[in-house]
Ligand binder design. Sequence first.
Ligand code: T4K
Length: 375
Amino acid sequence: MTDNSLLHVGRPNLGDCEKFLSRVTDILDRRWLSNNGPVVQEFEKKISEILDVKHALAMCNATAAIEIAARALGMQGEVIVPSYTFIATAHALQWQGITPVFADMDPATHNMDPAKIEALITPRTTGIVGVHVWGRACDTEAIESIAAKRKLKVMYDASHGFGCSTSGRMLGGFGSCEVFSFHATKFINCFEGGVVATNDENLACQMRMMTNFGFTGYDRVEYLGINGKMNEICAAMGLTNLEAMDEIVAVNRRNYLTYCDELKAVPGISMVHYDPAERNNYQYVAIEVDPDACHRNRDEIVDALHAENIIARKYFWPGCHGMEPYRTTQPHAWKQLPETERVAARVIVLPTGQAVNEETVQRVCEIIRHAAMTR
Ligand code: T4K
């Protein structure tokens, strides 16, 4: 797992380690380690400024944050989500006793296709959770217009989308709230962490209390709460990494452009592109393998990469609907998800971030080119 000869997808990006360690020393000196400490407050303030939202609530991870947000929004019964997402989106809902109902993707964007949503709405539907896959915004306008018409709640799993924009507006302020992940593998990490961003004062207040057992005062509990708090060390890591945000984007962008250049002439391989007119974090380099145009299929190319110690990933294959418990509880879901089934079997996510330089990208692409063009 920690073998440095392996090139992983998701190698953490790091800011100035000395700065982080000095923050840790301050935390230890202060003996204030958790429960809305000063570093968490500073982290929340920075995040709300970057996202241009009124409230940013730091939490222990994005999965717990989705659970808290869904519960605070009163989501229950059925909620529509894409199947093409990390399993946490669906699990967070199911863990709250909510049935995730899977909508198919638009193959052009890898995001939930709004045209597929209405047919899935039943009297039990209470909400929609959109996901900004790879940090590319899902169609917030279409989703929110369906939700308004059908009186549904909307929130977004923006786990991939920190620092990204749509139509020039930062992700974070759409729907009732948006949840970001600051897991080790994300563009900016807190070791583990999540943030809920919202402009809704009441919702923010309620989620803040729920994150701290429902306490509203020393001896007063007003909500069924949970412990969803972020600790001071995680916030210190987040603050330190935020200071390196521009540098990390520049490295990711350079890697992405090198991948684009190196792979552009390989038959059957296409890049998932980022719109240069938007702000992007370029944290995911995803390619699609067209088995009809390429000598090898996706799995064979991944095997070729793994054989050379490059641990490329098949995110998010086979889609949530193909994983338990949904595979058993919703055995016919796949019939409504032809694009998810097709595209999920084609995608490879390649290594990027600070652990990867142009030379490494060239080596990865040479292996792909060789595998794709020979039999
Ligand atoms: N919603 C979406 C759309 C998400 O993508 C995620 C998380 C969530 C919700 C939930 O967010 P959190 O609750 O985690 O905040 C990894 C991450 O664990 C997961 O957070 C992330 N999505 C997902 C896309 O990737 P796995 O199952 O692939 O993890 P694993 O252990 O295989 O690690 C991925 C790669 O990263 C490995 O090749 C090794 C490398 N790695 C990992 C860690 C932790 C390192 O090099 N260093 C490290 O410290 O899920």
